[in-house]
Design a protein around this ligand. Sequence first.
Ligand code: SF4
Ligand code: SF4
Ligand code: SF4
Length: 288
Amino acid sequence: MNEHKGSRFAHITRAHPCFNEKMHDKVGRAHVPVAPKCNIFCNFCTRDINNEEDRPGVTSCIMKPDDAITHINDVTADGPISVVGVAGPGDSLANEETFEFFEKLAKEQPDLIKCMSTNGLLLPKYADKLAELGVNSVTVTINAIDPAIAENIYSFIKYEGKVYKGREAVEILIKNQLDGVEKAADNGLVVKVNSVLIPGVNDKHIVEIAREVEKRGAAMMNILPLIPLGKMKDLERPDCSMMESIREEVEEIIPVFRACTQCRADAYGIPGKKSEDHHLGMTPQSHY
Ligand code: SF4
Ligand code: SF4
Ligand code: SF4
């Protein structure tokens, strides 16, 4: 990590399990599933409500912001949770409830690190607001910055009341993702970029994403293997050697987070410690 970014963000990364591999099995995060809607269509995405699958986009329920605050009060009383995140199951910024939740959380528990993930479409619009709400870190998922590649990954976007498809859609998305990274970083948020590695689609392109997002102010990247689902259910999941060689290439440009195991939108507890990691489906639903 370059010195300037490293020292600027040290107070966050020290205690954040998703930005500091050493903390991934020591401190916890709690995701609140307050954001069900999404404004784009990624071809690998299948959101679902169930108690079984252990992957992003899955939750056992959708919570209202007030219930989410109660849940956070409960889990922070139980264990060492340092970060509270909104990670869907849809796009955090496409749901008003995300803002309401963070506003309430800042009043209720001002010392917790506030985090969220987004596809970045609305990040230029909301980066200032997130900073005002005291959100500390954001993960933006960017799977291509070349429109010709992105067209294979996204089917459509819904933006400012209109549906866009094909080249027009991905050009808007890419521009907003990169401008959003820059604006969030300029506003003092720690920005991590997630890229889903899709063999045969963007595997040779991830390093170009790294170069661009590093320039735009991202502090770190997390390269995730495709989970073949949805329209991409017949594609191969990348093998370990492909993952490793691309992570090594990217690491020449920007720090790479390697401890991620792709958790659920309702996960809470210590992500790197199986016995202390939970999700909402494991507790009685009547509570919510
Ligand atoms: Fe699914 Fe996330 Fe893509 Fe939306 S942005 S379609 S929730 S993977
Ligand atoms: Fe970690 Fe992403 Fe959740 Fe933030 S939103 S706590 S970076 S998994
Ligand atoms: Fe974040 Fe991945 Fe860890 Fe979950 S497993 S807390 S998504 S870094």
